[in-house]
Design a protein around this ligand. Structure first.
Ligand code: G4P
Length: 529
């Protein structure tokens, strides 16, 4: 095997998805500990550790101690080179979070064992399912009282529409948590809590059918385990690696990230089952990640990381070949040869200049304002474009107006540029001008980011009036006569920057009404342009 192929084959690029507080940061941190990328827990940015923030580009991030943008962490473990794409949670949830999933080849879904499937997990899962990427479930916080594991599996199947298959199984939970049963090896990994507040637990491995286990975990849990072992073969779907890789079946592991129990087995199972970089579709067919010609697509643009220079950084996922610093490439959408300079890669807490990177890796390159989300970079001798990145439906809307009419030009320019970067989506009323702009965002914090950036970069103050809309649908059939549509009185017709027509609804009932009363109308939740 050539060095190049070996490098690509050892890449694993995935995103961790979860609802806030399920334990994503804690799990990521434990992964990094195994990889030796950090020396102690607490190095990865958390709500309380803003001074260690991996991403501290914007003042607003620092002020609030949160990360507005998704970051990428790379580390090596057991012969693999792992790229973890961080998907921000809480109020910093934004369209970037969704787009980051476009750069991943698989996803790890962290679920709080006491809460089950929560709202944000549901949203992120939907995007992963749309791409049919493999999804691995880690049911966390088993050291606390948790829901019945069968119920949890059922809930995932029912709520998310994916089949599940337990790779291991918990023995008790909360103060009775005794460990997990590894189904394939038929052994028990025992959880042995340590007194005195030490967070990491010791483990012991025993044969699941050995009578001596009875003494160790108690008669009741021992009997329960024997019953579970029998029952499990009937519960959930049978393990089938091909179905896992098509995203139809999610392998499930249980553990406790905080006490570092079950994290390494999960990581090992995950690495066993997940794939090296996957091929991607383009306008000339599928591109092989093992092809030696470099290609990548832009999935995120981060603006003004250095206020003094007004610079932008374009984050791209390498989909084939090898990147070398300063190489000459072809920017498809710009129809131009360019040099990729000032490339950065984020290694745990440091951002470093990269000399080379491979298919599967993420790099950030200096962007003099030429890139847009979804752009393709390839070799000049073989030009093609990757499939675009969908535009995701915003969930919060506001009408914004500039307070100083003398600054109309800056206002329009600023709003348009920020929209082009993909941080916000903008709409106007049909036939309306740019005096008042309807802004749609995926996460509410983006309104604050918008106001902050307009003030700091364009010297414009805005007034922001929240609008009651919650749902948006793109009208797919362009020929339809908008005037003749039968819509509920609170539905609004608008158009986007590309002139596409959309409908804004205050509630789900309005969406149903539009569908029911207008059989010819075709509505879409994502826009693929
Ligand atoms: P997030 O990134 O998904 O938002 O979650 P994060 O890892 O920050 O974890 C949220 C809270 O849950 C933290 O507690 C964390 O310590 C706790 N936690 C994570 N994994 C486990 C687990 O396996 N068991 C238990 N019992 N707790 C877990 P916190 O109170 O917000 O912070 P801290 O004071 O404990 O650091």
């Amino acid at each position: 095997m050539s060095d190049f192929i070996e490098e690509v084959k050892k890449r694993r690029t995935f995103a961790i998805i979860s609802h806030p507080d399920a334990g994503k940061t804690t799990l990521t941190e434990k992964f990094l500990l195994y990889g030796g990328a950090i020396q102690e827990a607490g190095m990865v940015k958390g709500k309380r550790q803003s001074k260690h923030a991996v991403s501290d580009w914007m003042e607003i991030e620092k002020q609030r101690g949160i990360s507005v943008t998704s970051s990428v962490l790379q580390f090596n473990y057991d012969g693999f080179c792992i790229n973890i794409l961080d998907t921000p949670g809480h109020q910093d949830f934004s369209e970037d979070t969704y787009r980051t999933l476009m750069a991943a080849d698989s996803a790890v879904m962290v679920i709080d064992g006491s809460k089950g499937v929560e709202d944000q997990t549901r949203k992120l899962f939907k995007v992963c399912a749309m791409r049919h990427i493999p999804i691995f479930t880690f049911i966390n916080k088993m050291d606390r009282e948790a829901k019945d594991p069968y119920e949890l599996m059922e809930e995932i199947e029912r709520e998310l529409g994916v089949e599940t298959c337990a790779v291991n199984w918990p023995i008790g939970c909360g103060k009775d948590f005794k460990g997990v049963y590894e189904r394939k090896k038929e052994e028990v990994i025992r959880f042995m809590p340590v007194q005195g507040g030490k967070k990491e637990v010791d483990v012991e491995i025993c044969d699941a059918h050995d009578e001596s286990l009875k003494e160790k975990i108690g008669d009741l849990l021992y009997q329960q385990l024997q019953d579970d072992i029998e029952l499990l073969d009937g519960a959930g779907a049978e393990f089938d690696l091909e179905r896992v890789q098509r995203g139809e079946l999610s392998p499930v592991c249980f553990g406790s990230a905080l006490t570092n129990f079950g994290v390494e087995p999960f990581l090992k199972h995950f690495l066993d089952m997940t794939t090296s970089p996957l091929p991607r579709n383009s306008n000339i067919g599928e591109i092989d990640p093992l092809s030696e010609d470099f290609s990548a697509f832009v999935f995120k643009i981060q603006a003004n990381m250095n206020k003094a220079h007004r610079d932008r950084m374009a984050f791209m996922r390498i989909c084939s070949g090898k990147f070398t610093k300063g190489m000459e490439v072809f920017h498809y959408q710009g129809n131009k040869k360019i040099k990729l300079n000032q490339s950065k890669q984020i290694m745990a807490e440091n951002r470093e200049e990269v000399e080379e990177a491979y298919s599967g890796d993420i790099i950030g390159v200096f962007d003099p304002g030429i890139f847009s989300i979804g752009d393709t970079i390839c070799m000049p001798k073989n030009k093609f474009a990757y499939e675009g990145i969908p535009t995701f439906a915003p969930e919060h809307f506001a009408m914004i107006r500039n307070t100083d009419t003398m600054k109309r030009k800056q206002f329009v320019k600023g709003v348009e540029q920020i929209a082009q970067e993909g941080a916000i989506q903008i709409f106007t009323e049909l036939g309306g001008g740019m005096e008042e702009i309807i802004v749609g965002v995926v996460g509410v914090l983006q309104f604050e980011v918008l106001a902050y950036r307009l003030k700091n970069e364009y010297n414009v103050d805005i007034v922001n009036t929240p609008l009651p809309y919650q749902y948006i649908r793109w009208i797919k059939n362009k020929e339809i006569d908008l005037k003749k549509l039968n819509l509920s009185s609170d539905t609004k017709k608008v158009q986007d920057l590309k002139g596409q027509y959309l409908l804004l609804f205050s509630n789900e009932w309005g969406v149903r009404w539009a569908n029911d009363k207008n059989p010819d109308l075709q509505l879409a939740e994502f826009s693929n342009n």
